[in-house]
Design a protein around this ligand. Structure first.
Ligand code: MN
Ligand code: MN
Length: 388
């Protein structure tokens, strides 16, 4: 059965519906070994809630903000409850479109540029600063609370993905400079900004969020001539990293080892050739949050206690896989698939099925599967990564 909003087949019904069947099967003297345990397992199933939907179509979601200088759509626990550790925003800025000065109280911000060019400024608590220019494939990371602003450089719209290391984060509740200034007593603002009352009276009356400005001159210096550059850069060119090549595609993974300021997340980009399979694997230390930029794929997840779900993903869709859950990605269609991934741990870890199978004696595996050692000999002896 498919849920009409998510397209995800619902395990809830099959799981709850299974209990009477198992009880009946045991009562009839079930033939299969282990069948006697089934009533117990079925009873236990009630203790483990069905898997939550793990697909969200971000680009068609109605959680959106549209303005003259840009647009934003968000996904977080309010519309995608499974995504407790990571929230996301798909933002578009027109040339000159300015995402105003702001900070985030409960989350660090990561970004990946899908299309176009954007400029950022960021100030650190130690007073160091950085201004950068970003193009397709580039990423940034602003630690929690750092003050920053973004402006479209043109030509054309800049489309980028923002990721936040807290699923409860909401882009529409950030700490924006105009929101604060407009809600602060005028006498405080006049003294703090050292402006006359007549000028303060003309400042924005509420949060601007995104305003349509002019295309910036990237070379314009900071107002103060006495600033030091950030010790750690906020920019990393994910798309320019040499990939790990596999027979069916490639993957670029960037942890805090390569990008030290990215201290709460690891990020990746995966390119799957038509017909390929990202092999069955899991991540011992992190959840996985995916955003599809190109092509189609089917993802299967395994949540123990017999619980599995599969769903299909295409451009603009978000997938969330809880820590430790087994999963695989099957590429679909004739156009290659590309996805961008966040892990909520600065150290990347995975264990793949083929690597695990290679890491055991043949006799043990033969007994586990009830097959001969000749069959076991055919199994892969190293990680496949992305298989053809
Ligand atoms: Mn931000
Ligand atoms: Mn994975």
């Amino acid at each position: 059965m498919k849920d009409k909003d998510t397209g995800i087949s619902m395990t809830r019904r099959t799981l709850l519906g299974a209990a009477p069947f198992f009880v009946a099967a045991a009562g009839l003297g079930a033939e299969r070994a282990g069948a006697a345990e089934m009533p117990l397992k079925a009873a236990n199933a009630d203790k483990f809630p069905p898997l939550s939907p793990f697909k969200f179509s971000l680009e068609t979601s109605n959680s959106r903000w549209d303005g003259p200088g840009g647009t934003a759509r968000e996904v977080n626990t309010s519309n995608f409850p499974i995504s407790k550790s990571i929230a996301g925003v798909s933002m578009r800025l027109q040339p000159g479109g300015l995402r105003e000065l702001h900070w985030h109280g409960i989350a660090a911000e990561w970004a990946y540029i899908i299309d176009g060019h954007v400029m950022t400024t960021v100030v650190s608590p130690d007073g160091t600063v950085e201004k950068n220019e970003f193009g397709p494939g580039d990423t940034w990371f602003f630690p929690r609370g750092y003050g920053h602003a973004l402006q479209g450089l043109g030509p054309g719209e800049c489309h980028f993905l923002l990721g936040f290391d807290n699923g409860d984060f909401s882009e529409f509740g950030t700490f924006s400079i105009t929101d604060w200034i407009s809600k602060t007593p005028r006498r405080i603002v006049e003294r703090n900004m050292q402006l006359p009352e007549s000028v303060v009276a003309g400042l924005p009356k509420g949060e601007a969020y995104i305003v349509q400005g002019k295309v910036p001159n990237f070379g314009e210096p900071f107002r103060s001539p006495n600033l030091e550059p950030s010790q750690l850069t906020h920019k990393y060119r994910l798309g320019a990293v040499a990939p790990r090549r596999f027979s069916g595609g490639e993957e670029r993974i960037v942890s805090s080892k390569e990008f030290p300021i990215q201290s709460t997340l690891s990020s990746a980009r995966m390119d799957l050739e038509p017909g390929s399979l990202r092999e069955m694997h899991w991540h011992p230390n992190s959840d996985e949050w995916q955003y599809y930029t190109k092509g189609r794929s089917r993802v299967g997840i395994f949540g123990a206690h017999g619980r599995v779900e599969t769903a299909e993903f295409g451009p603009g869709d978000v997938c969330f896989i809880p820590q430790g859950f087994g999963h695989w990605i099957e590429q679909l269609g004739s156009a290659a698939t590309q996805l961008v991934i966040l892990f909520n741990n600065p150290h990347y870890e995975e264990i793949s099925l083929s690597q695990w199978l290679a890491s055991n004696p043949a006799a043990l595996l033969a007994q586990n599967f009830g097959v001969t050692e000749e069959v076991i000999d055919k199994l892969p002896k190293a990680a496949l990564g992305i298989a053809k």
